[in-house]
Design a protein around this ligand. Structure first.
Ligand code: ATP
Ligand code: MG
Length: 342
């Protein structure tokens, strides 16, 4: 497999991972990151787009990867994903049936979106009326065009665009049939995204706009700190109730409660529709997963196994503390880099 770059343009930072496939092994060949200019990702302004292009270019240059081929992720909240049930059809019949289905479920005019589908489960043969599960994904054309402009502007060759959750499902669960049904929680800076992954496929996704930045803002507001100071206290003391008289923990609780509440809802929704197969594990990705005390907090609140994302598990690399620590933050980029057939 020729090397390609996995690029995750987050609202706070840009993360890059490149892997090379040798035989059936993946080897880590490059990794780098850099700041996203504040507000540039969501802005429609030309100057901010240029500053984002420059920031992407800086991250790519510092990785010194040999290739310009790139797979990039669209933000989960910008895309529409849904598993739909459809009659059992051949691949040819399906492509036209999907357009009709897409028109029904996608909340935007069909000519303004780019959509793709993937069959995730076909019914047992000869079961009359049995349905198949189809994963449908759609993004506004204008958004896709913007990503293309940014990537081309940075001198890259865009090979594919995916969603963050598709990338995370690949790097954290893969097609391992022994993985239990897993909830992946990407606790980022501006967003927290969740998905339930079963048998390597995404069954359900959900996105909320509370993340690590909201934690820092809450600390700054409650304790009268500057943002940089709040950020540093957050990273040092986190949710540890025995530090700073529990003040940092206390300030962050409203935001933590929003995140936990949403996770509970997702778990309950999935259990209701799949009573024989509840979620058995939560895997934490995103920079905010490293919030001290978060793993214990979430495991205690939900009574479920919680683990930190290790997207480098199946990628040969020289083990370092940095790589172990940065795994959750680079999990999207690693999943993009592991995409085959691009
Ligand atoms: N050690 C730490 N403890 C707590 N939070 C941390 C730590 N390290 C990083 N963070 C937080 O992680 C967040 C950045 O994570 P990440 O890089 O996953 O975000 P992003 O991908 O840029 O954002 P988004 O996915 O929301 O667009 C920031 O809010 C930062 O404060
Ligand atoms: Mg992110």
């Amino acid at each position: 497999m020729p090397t390609h770059i996995g690029l995750d343009i987050g609202s706070e930072s840009i993360k890059l991972v490149a892997v090379e496939k040798t035989g059936d092994k993946y080897v880590l060949v490059a990794m780098s990151h850099g700041p996203t200019p504040v507000g540039a990702l969501k802005s429609k302004n030309e100057i901010e787009e240029q500053s984002l292009i420059a920031a992407v270019k800086a991250v790519v240059d510092s990785a010194k990867a040999k290739t310009k081929d790139v797979v990039c992720a669209l933000h989960e909240s910008d895309v529409f994903t849904r598993v739909v049930q459809m009659p059992s059809l051949s691949d040819r019949e399906l492509s036209s049936a999907v357009r009709w289905e897409a028109e029904q479920v996608i909340p935007l005019p069909i000519d303004e979106v780019i959509y793709q589908h993937q069959v995730i489960r076909r019914p047992e043969k000869d079961v009359p009326g049995a349905k198949m599960d189809v994963f449908l994904i759609a993004a506004p054309k204008l958004l896709v065009d913007r990503y293309q402009r940014i990537l081309l502007g940075a001198g890259l060759h865009p090979k594919a665009l995916e969603t963050e959750m598709v990338a995370l499902a690949r790097s954290l669960v893969g097609n391992n049939p022994y993985s239990p049904t897993t909830l992946i929680l990407d606790f980022g800076a501006e967003a927290t995204d969740m998905s339930v992954v079963h048998g390597g496929f995404i069954a359900f996704t959900r996105s909320i706009s509370s993340g690590g930045a909201a934690l820092s803002r809450a600390i700054a507001a409650e304790l009268g700190f500057e943002m940089a100071q709040a950020e540093s206290y957050k990273r040092t003391y986190g949710l540890m109730a025995n530090q700073m008289e529990g003040k940092i923990n206390h300030a962050m609780q409203p935001v933590i409660a929003i995140v936990l509440e949403e996770v509970k809802r997702v778990l309950a929704y999935y259990a209701e529709h799949n009573p024989k197969d509840p979620v058995r594990r939560i895997t934490l990705a995103g920079g905010s997963a490293r919030l001290p005390g978060f793993v214990v907090e979430i495991a205690t609140a939900l009574g479920i196994e919680v683990q930190m994302a290790d997207p480098f598990f199946n990628i040969s690399h020289r083990p370092t503390q940095e790589l172990a620590d940065e795994g959750p933050r680079f999990a999207v980029a690693a999943g993009l880099a592991l995409k085959e057939d691009v």
